[in-house]
Design a protein around this ligand. Structure first.
Ligand SMILES: Cc1ncc(COP(=O)(O)O)c(C=O)c1O
Length: 427
């Protein structure tokens, strides 16, 4: 009889429904999760350090979410219309997120960033958007241009990471080095009549902003009449209840939310200035600047209920100190292990996020990480996976949750040490 892994390779490209790039012999099929543990269909347990790519911040099958969703699902899953749950969620988001004068729901981060960019273009009447090299903003054109560029073209030229994106769509994206305000300012000044917005992940993957970088961007945007979009798909509700805009004290014109907010259920949000969001009002259909923004399942009552249950847990006073303490323990533990094993690497991240880059250089943007030892990174991540740490071997980003314990972090660090010795250093 075919194994679950053989069956998955028969129907999914490379055996996976998403971007995971696991070798055939490591392909597993998950059956369930609880807290910070997941089990495959053979009953093998893994400690999860990806947590649904950061969408499950409370831990898998958190009782508060499970009970709320169970009750709500019995009342009807979707009406593609306003429900009490969506209204209550919108009210809570407008209290929580500083820039959220208005908001609109969709079903994923990719949709949210796509709509935010469309809104900025409509608002300004300009077509180009500036992003930072190496940033991911979802699977759309803006998100994938210069996501993993190989040729390191002169800024601001972008390199498509995905085929199937038209040349026009690529040239509509200007690319700048993250953390370099002077270079960004020069690119924007040279294209000032063409650029609608800058889209930035305030914590760029796991690379923190240099002091003054985000404030500087904010000032530039206001000066040049462009919109500042914070992609808070990852940072929202993770760095602080009000996201990166609360954490760094910088207010964007638009922000996108997803992942953690939905508690693992499909949910995306564009939040921001009323004059920009109001371009989606259906009574404006036919006006030049009217923006089509529609989603059959966006803001459905089951996702909204899961989000409300998630937010209620996150509002507890102990949440963020706990998430930050866990993240700090993981990062400082990794620094020690790498040092003790004599491996040159940078440990990045903030809050409950961490990443390892195998280089002796300080990493401040994509290019300072470009020469890192990627073969070693892959061997490290696959070695962790083989030893029972569930993660995405396509990236070194590690996601913690409220369900993780000091023991989980300790297990990760012990496994990391063993993997470095046996798989990376050949000891
Ligand atoms: C910063 C950022 N923006 C957008 C997205 C896309 O979100 P989704 O996978 O929900 O479409 C991701 C997903 O990893 C992300 O990390």
């Amino acid at each position: 009889m075919a194994t679950a892994s053989e069956r998955s390779w028969a129907v999914f490209p490379a055996g996976s429904p998403g971007e995971y790039n696991l070798p055939r012999e490591l392909t597993i099929v998950l059956a369930r999760g609880e807290g910070a543990t997941v089990w495959d269909t053979d009953g093998r347990a893994f400690t999860d350090f990806t947590m649904g790519w950061g969408s499950v911040l409370l831990g898998h099958a958190h009782p508060a979410t499970v009970q709320a969703v169970r009750r709500r699902a019995a009342l009807g899953s979707n009406f593609a219309y306003l429900t009490d749950a969506a209204l209550e969620l919108a009210e809570e988001l407008s209290r929580a997120v500083p820039c959220a004068e208005r908001l609109r729901f969709c079903a994923s981060g990719t949709e949210a960033t796509g709509y935010a960019v469309r809104l900025a273009r409509a608002h300004t009447g300009r077509s180009r958007v500036l992003k930072f090299e190496g940033a991911y903003h979802g699977a759309n054109a803006v998100g994938t241009v210069s996501l993993f560029p190989r040729r390191l073209l002169a800024f601001p030229r972008g390199e498509p990471t995905s085929a199937g994106v038209t040349a026009d769509a690529v040239s509509d994206v200007l690319v700048a080095p993250y953390n370099d305000l002077a270079a960004t300012g020069a690119i924007l000044a040279a294209h000032r009549d063409q650029v609608a917005a800058v889209i930035v992940e305030p914590l760029h993957r796991c690379t923190p902003p240099r002091p003054g970088f985000l404030t500087g961007l904010r000032e530039l945007m206001s000066e040049l009449g462009m919109l500042l979009i914070f992609d808070e798909t990852v940072t929202g509700f993770r760095l602080a209840y009000g996201g990166a805009q609360e954490y760094y004290g910088v207010r964007p014109d638009l922000a996108t939310l997803g992942k953690a907010l939905g508690g693992g259920y499909p949910l995306g949000v564009v939040a921001g200035r009323a004059d920009v969001l109001d371009l989606v009002r259906e009574d404006r259909l036919g006006e030049d600047r009217y923006v089509w923004f529609a989603s059959s399942v966006g803001g459905n009552p089951v996702s909204a209920t899961a989000a409300l249950a998630t937010l209620a847990e996150l509002r507890r006073p102990e949440t963020y100190p706990r998430l930050f303490a866990l993240g700090q323990a993981l990062r400082s533990g990794l620094v020690s292990v790498l040092k003790e094993e004599g491996v040159a690497a940078q440990v990045q991240g903030d809050g409950p996020l961490a990443a390892v880059v195998f280089t002796d250089r300080e990493v401040v943007d994509y290019r300072t990480a470009f020469d890192s030892d990627r073969e070693r990174a892959r061997a490290f991540l696959l070695g962790l996976f083989r030893r029972g740490i569930f993660l995405n071997p396509m990236s070194t980003k590690l996601y913690l949750s409220l369900a993780h314990t000091e023991e989980d972090v300790g297990r990760f660090l012990d496994t990391a040490r063993m993997t470095l010795r046996e798989d990376c250093l050949g000891r």
